[in-house]
Ligand binder design. Sequence first.
Ligand code: NDP
Length: 285
Amino acid sequence: MINMLKLQITYKQRLITICLFLLALFFLNFSNHISAEDADPSLPEGYVLTTLITGANRGIGLEFTKQYLEKGWRVIATCRKTGTAEDLRLLQKEYPDRLIIDRLDVRNHKRIDVLARKYKNVPIDVLLNNAGISGGTSNQIFGRFNYDAYNTVLETNTIAPLKIAEAFYPNVRDSQQKKIIAVSSSEGSIDNVFKRGGRLFFYRSSKSALNMLMVNLAYMLKDRGIAVGLVNPGATGTDFMSGLPAFFPLRKTEDAVEDMIRNIDSITIENTGAYLNYNGKTISW
Ligand code: NDP
């Protein structure tokens, strides 16, 4: 009889322990889920701020993904090869309910349309055009220009952000923050050519043209309440800069992204069309 009683108590204790454990799990998950609303009481109840990022598997795009997740946002992280996006997979273990990984080669317009249909009715607060390529320095030497490489640079850096803005416009329109952002470069500034000298014809012109497209969009979408902006990370130590000599001063990716997020936060309908350096100052066109 005493043995039976002992068994019953042990069973009850186990049951209570399991219930308490499940309750703790529920609250942990719940607090993670609502952290974005906690940060901004002006948002509708249950609303989670969302960003869609291109080229999110490495470099600046990966860091954007990390930092937006840390801020409590939902991130739709897109990249060319989801199968080998190890860093994104690791992040997904940490943020299973707020990180979505999807396949997107930004040069593939059909795929952009497929994704726009897939995410129909999902508000996107910050549409973040980050994917970009330099085109390789050896392809951009006067007298030996590689025009196929130039096409690829334009398709990736210039045309894709416009196509993506067009395809995901309804998602941005129906969001709370309503921002279309492109990662540009100070190399896209025509003014800077006279200070820095002639180089990187393809890359520079792709970013200048990107700037022009985004300012056009800013003008067109202002009345619809959508803000458009261009941000520059500064020379940052990603694969993008791997060909440079070791003494060349490069910014930490974490710092570059922290600065750009602060600048994206500062872009509103009032300063739409802004072209912001990492330090918050306007870059001259
Ligand atoms: P990285 O070379 O480290 O990363 C580039 C990213 O873009 C990768 O995720 C790459 O994917 C992706 N990408 C390239 N082509 C495509 C494509 N067709 N479709 C989808 N994704 C693609 O560069 P950064 O992270 O440094 O650069 C990010 C952005 O910042 C670029 O727009 C760049 O111009 C800009 N920038 C960078 C500076 C720097 O100093 N690092 C300075 C100024 C601007 P994959 O892995 O598949 O190749």
